[in-house]
Design a protein around this ligand. Sequence first.
Ligand code: TMP
Length: 214
Amino acid sequence: MSGLFITFEGTEGCGKSTQVKLLADRLRSLGYVVHTLREPGGTPIGEEIRHTLKHSHDNAAMTAEAELLLMNASRAQLVREIIRPALAAGEIIVSDRFYDSTTAYQGYGRQLDLQHVETVIEFAVGETKPDITLLVQVPPEVSADRLRSRQANLPFVRDRIEEADRAFFERVDRGYQAIAAADPDRIKIVNGAHSIADVSVDIWSLIEPRLFRT
Ligand code: TMP
């Protein structure tokens, strides 16, 4: 029996992490076994890589190529340690980001060659691909506002990726639009500018028809 692999995507501040939690809680209340994951991260090795990528004091000189490979090192570990065994056991994965983030951020954002990016992703994930991807879209100015208010309300933690300039995040946003247009069967766009409750209703209407019985 194969489970269900759901991924969430979107730019900073789109609200996807809140929706990951709401969806997982709802699925669990119906009796499904659900794993919530985040990328980069999700395993002990992946969380160390996440720290190196985002918060380490020594990461300022990281090249785009090293960033691409580290994202996918974390992913290769997550796929084999957690995702494949869970899906084989008929369980549900809800992941906060997966490989579309790499195409959007390292491909479009950092402007690495898209063919190289795809080759590295394929090596990391093999046959393990999401069944459905929810792209939570907000206009870039909403994303920037939410990020600013999040930074103002939490203790300061340096984040190398969030330090990129506005043009980078605009390229990431355009990348997501291109990725979604190329794969409309898998990638569903959700309007993240609506209220949390309305967004979660939209998401449920996309997920419910895909559920198997427990
Ligand atoms: P987040 O967990 O707060 O979304 O932070 C993850 C950051 O890493 C975010 O800035 C997006 C970035 N990222 C990439 O650049 N490439 C990737 O493949 C993934 C999974 C995340």
